[in-house]
Each structure stands twice: as structure tokens, then as C-alpha cells.
Design a protein around this ligand. Sequence first.
Ligand code: ADP
Length: 659
Amino acid sequence: MSPRKTRLGPQRHLLFYFLAVAVALVGVMLWLGWKLVRQDKELAAQRLQERRESATDLAVVALKKSLSLIEERMTRLASLAPAEQRRQAAADVTTLPDDCALILFRPDVAEAFPDVKLPFYPTVPSEVGPSASLFAEAERLEFRQSDSAGAVAALRDPAHSSDPRIRAGALVRMARNYRKLGRWGEALAAYEELAAIKDVRIETLPADLIALQARLRIFEQTNRVEAAKQDAVLLQNGLRERRWRLTRGAYEFHAAEAQRILGQAEQPPADGETLALASATETLYKEWRRNLPAAGNRILWESNQPLLAVWRQANDGLTLLLLGRRWLEAQLEESRGFSFAKQGIVVVLTDADGRSVVGRPASGPQRQTVRLAAETQLPWNVHAVATDPDTVLAPARTRQRILVTAIWLISALILAGAYLVGRAVTREMAVSRLQSEFVSSVSHEFRTPLSSLCLLSDLLASGRVASDADRDAYYGVLVRESRKLRRLVEGLLNFGRMEAGAMQYRFETVDPAELVRELAADFQREVEASDFRLEMTAAKDTPLVSADPTVLGSAVWNLLDNAVKYSPECRQVWIDVLKEDGRAVIRVRDRGLGIPASERKRIFEKFTRGEAARQGGIEGAGVGLAMVHSIMAAHGGEVRLESEPGRGSTFTLSLPGVR
Ligand code: ADP
């Protein structure tokens, strides 16, 4: 197993395990979250469905109740006899919405309640006019002899009769003859008189309506446009106020006449709703005359308006109630059916053919609930439609969004947490491993000088030294090795202080060239034995610096020591002192192993050694450069490194000048 593998293997695994557990956790969370979101969605849809179901049921119950109440009342009303009592009771019926009406039929009589309701009726009272013999002479003169003046004279007496029917008959004929004679003024006067006679019909038409219509014609004939318009307004108002009880034909004719004279811009005298009521009345009347069940209800479509017809036959009459959309809406509103509107649900009614009676049904089955007429025995299909399922489901969506965000957040936190914890643990382990390596390296470094010291001291003490020259050489080695040992111990002590932040610096103004010169001389002596040469250059203008000379010296010594240690082939190292941008620079160069780019940053960390150093079995504890780095930081300076593997390295210390 390679050393690198030994160094990183277990820690890499550890980080991997941490991350694997975190990923598994996140996976489980995402799965649970997804399940939860899906369930929540289903629940929201189900709740919407339930709401629709209960809205439909509520509406069905309310409609059934209203309908049975109506039917009960109708039965009671229809059972009243005689007809007069029925009329009385119908008149007392509480107010119905505008698009509803109660109609009582007796053979040849149809009456609506409220009485101003219908613009026309299926049957109107027809009056038998006065005996034809009364006007026989006048008509003979008028038609056989074309003697209109004679006819007028013959009609004068009856025109003053006290019987309004005779008077009306005479005035109509007189006015007609005046028109034939072109005596417009007298014709108009006769019509005026006729118009004043109320409650008299000539056949099926009211006398005053005949007078009004005839005057209109005269005004048109004589080009009196304004007067014609005035009368057309009167005619239209009369129709609007339901002043006359008319058949459909008469109503439509007069309404069209008024409209023709007044122009299309004028509102017709009856709206779609009332026309629908009148048409429905007519339809039911006709059916009643032919064959109609004794009791029942049915939806009728008249003028595109849906009307619910409820009827009862009794006592020779038919009692009919026509109920329009507004009544239905009121019933639904009274039920809680419409309060669902707030929750985005509306109740919709359609007839058996699917035509919408109230509201609009939805296009897809998934958005509505239906109770068919066949199952509820109501005349309508009842639907509950979700108008905007998106808004109804909005709270659920928000909930889901929050949940998803929370899950993602927690997942991210778990992953980040696992990574950080894993990395911290890995680092701690690396540090503790490096520390133990450090202890063994330091022990190793101590052992070499200590063994030399012991060996030489033993030799000297035993007196077995051959010559004085040898003794001197041994003493020299003793001095060098003990200095080395002292430097080692001091270095380690200083490192301990720096780590603890307890290092005491004694700053003074120092000439870096001078400091390096002395140091270089010492160092040269130190490495002479191993054939190393140190070459020094110093620029004259190097600025002075504020530094602790001992500590700064130890940093330079460390660099020189490394330069020698990591130069297995080239036996020369260089040290230059110079000025650069007003700063003092000390540069230590070697042509040794060099440092790969990947290690250039890390080697300044404590206990970190390069790969080449380890593999080459070069002694060291991995604290030298860490110390250089913190010494430079304490001096307000910096350390830089340029290196090329296999070609050597240059370490540069740069310090601010004090001058
Ligand atoms: P040590 O020398 O005791 O290992 P250092 O902190 O002094 O610790 O150096 C850290 C590492 O930097 C060394 O292990 C070595 O790999 C690399 N290094 C330092 N100086 C040099 C140099 N001059 N040439 C090549 N490598 C060096």
C-alpha cells in the first residue's frame, strides 16, 4: 500500500460513509415527502368531491321541499270552490318574483295573478253586441247605397243612447262614415267619444283600443306625424300597463303598430320573461282544453326561457303556477347550496334534455357531480360544478409547496451537515495522525545528534583518542551536534509558543544584510563537513527592518536547512539580500528536488510534509515552514515560494522597511 493511500484511504472512506448515510436519509425523506404530497393532493380532490356531493344533496333537498310546498298549496287552492273563492285566495298569494305568475282557468276565462302580469291571454271575454237590427238601416245606406251622410244621420240617435254598448256600436259606424266622407275632424271627434267609453268590447276588442287604433290611422292618412306618434305612445303605454285584455294576435298586431310608428329604438311593451309567461299560459290552456293530467309539473321552454309549470285541475277549472329562473335561484339561495359559491362550487340545474335552466354545467364529468331527474323525482337534473378547481385547490397547493420546499431544505441541510461533520472528523483524524507522525519524526531527529553526542563523549571519556587532532575534531563535532540539538529544542519550544499564541517577540531595528551575513557564516561552518557551499550576495541599499533578530534568524536558518536537506545532488545553495519596492527581501535558492504545484500551499501547514520528503526518507517533522509562515506574519511580512520539481526552489521572505 502506498503511503498516500495509507494517509487518505480510511478518511476518504469515512467521508464517503457519512455522505452515503446522508444520501440514504435524504432519499427516504424525499420518498416520504412525495408520498405525503400525493396523499394531500388526493385528499384535497376528495374533499372537493365531497363538497360537491353535499352541495348537490342540499340543493336536491331544498328543491324537493320547495316543490312539495308549492304542490300542497296548489292542491289546496285548486280545491277551493266556488271559483270566486279561488280567485280571492289567488289574489292573496304572496308576491312572486317577476318571472312567475299564477293563472286560474275556467272554461273561456283565464285570469293571471298579479293581474297586470300577462301581455296576452289564451282567451278573452267576448261581448255580444247590441241587436244588429239597431244599425240595419244605417248599414243599408252605407253599404248598399254608398250614402255615408245618410248613414251618419241614421246613427245619430243610437249615438246618444244611454246603453254604452249601443253608443259604442253607433260611434264606430259614424266615425267610419265620416272617414269615407273625408270629414276627418268629425271622425276624430267620434273616436274621441268612443275612447271615453270604458269596459265595453266590440266583439273581442275593447272600444277604447279600437278608437285609439282608428285615430292613429287617420293621423297617418292625413300626414299628422306628431299626432300619430303621440297616439302610438298612448297605445304602447296601454299595452305596457296591460290596460286591455287581448289575444296573442291582437297584442302582437298592436305592439307591432306602435313599434312601427315609434321606431325600433323604442322598447317593446313586454320583455322576454312576460312574453314567455303568456306563451306558456297559452300552451297549457290549449292542452287543458284537449287533454291534460289532473295534476302535474313540467318544464316548458317559451321564448328561450325555462318555466316550471305546476298545475292542478279541480272544480271545473285549472290552477296553474308558472315559476321562472329567479324563483329557482331564490330556492337554491335559501338552501345552503349557494353558500358553496364561496368555496368555488355552484349549483346548476338542467332539464331532461340537458338544456341549462339555472347556471351552466361543466364540460367534463370530473368537475361536477350530478343527481339525475330520474333518481330525485325532480323536474331537473341537479349538478354541483366546481367553478374554478384551481382556486379551491389553492390552499392545498400552497401546503404542498411549503412541504416540498421544507423537504428540499432539510435534505440540503442534511447533506451539507453530513459533509461538514465528515470533513471535520476527517480533518481531526488527519491532524491526530499527523501529530503522531510528528512525534515519531521528532524522536528520530533527536536520535541522530544524541547518538553522536553519546558516542563521542564515551570515546573522549575513555581516553582512547589517538591524537590531539582527532580530539579537536571530536570536540568540534560535539559542539556542532549540541548546537543542532539546541536549535531543534528551541525550534520546537518556539513552535509550541506560536501555536499557543504565547510567543514573545523582542523587536529591534535590524540590518537584514548583517543578520544574514552572520547567519550564513555559521551555516557555512555547519554544512562544510557535508561539502555544501553557501553563496551569499547582499545589496548595499537593503532597508533596515523592525524584527526579533533571533526569531527572524531561526526562520532564515530553517529555509537554509531545508535547501540543503532537499538538495541531494547539487551541493550549493544561495542566499541573497536585496531591496524590492522599498522592502527588504531575503531569498533562499537551491537546485534541489523542487516542490510540485499541488503541494506549494499545503507545505506551510503544520505537520505537513511533501511526498518527495517522505518517499526519500528525509528526516523532518513538518513544522519548519509553518513556523516561517507565522514568524513572517508576526513581522508584518510574507513568505513566497517559486519552485519547479526537479529544478529547485526559491523561498522569498519580504519584510517592510523601517526607513
Ligand atoms: P520538514 O522539512 O521538517 O519536512 P518543513 O515545514 O520545513 O518540514 O517543510 C515542509 C515540506 O516542504 C517538506 O517536507 C518538503 O517536502 C517541502 N520543502 C521545504 N523546503 C523545501 C526545499 N527547499 N526543497 C524541496 N522541498 C522543500
